[in-house]
Design a protein around this ligand. Structure first.
Ligand code: AMP
Length: 126
């Protein structure tokens, strides 16, 4: 599978320092920052610093070091924000991809949502 990465997307601009972000955590290969339009009291986006469009692209093309770093950063963000049960009340991690996933920004990101009861995962579209 060939993937095309468009480096004009907004998260690429954040990574280049062209637009600001509210950083929660930064590591060698990953950046976590607050979502600009939060859907819950806690809404953080975790992105790899490398040019990956989606989770499947990342899984196919990223190095082991990037994959380990990204996965651990997600866990560290949840820990830092106090979301992990049993002391915390839990969270949801979502990565939207493509048209059916309703992905707006074509740079891999995992949404970390928490701080309120989030309800069932999906509403059935009849
Ligand atoms: P998605 O629909 O999964 O691609 O999610 C894209 C997310 O990026 C949305 O939740 C937006 O609110 C968020 N977003 C867009 N621009 C920015 C920005 N400059 N800083 C932080 N979050 C942003």
């Amino acid at each position: 599978m060939a993937y095309t990465y468009d480096d004009t997307n907004i998260f690429a601009k954040i990574l280049r320092g062209e637009i600001p972000n509210k950083t929660v955590l930064e590591t060698e290969h990953s950046l976590a920052f607050e979502d600009i339009a939060p859907q819950a009291p806690i809404h953080v986006l975790v992105i790899p610093k490398g040019p990956y469009v989606s989770y499947d692209h990342f899984a196919q093309a990223a190095s082991d070091a990037e994959i380990v770093d990204f996965t651990r950063t997600i866990g560290q963000v949840c820990e830092k924000l106090g979301l992990q049960p049993p002391s915390g009340n839990g969270f949801r991690a979502i990565s939207n991809t493509g048209a059916h996933g309703v992905q707006e920004v074509p740079h891999l990101h995992v949404h970390i949502l928490g701080g309120r009861m989030l309800g069932r995962m999906l509403q059935r579209a009849e």
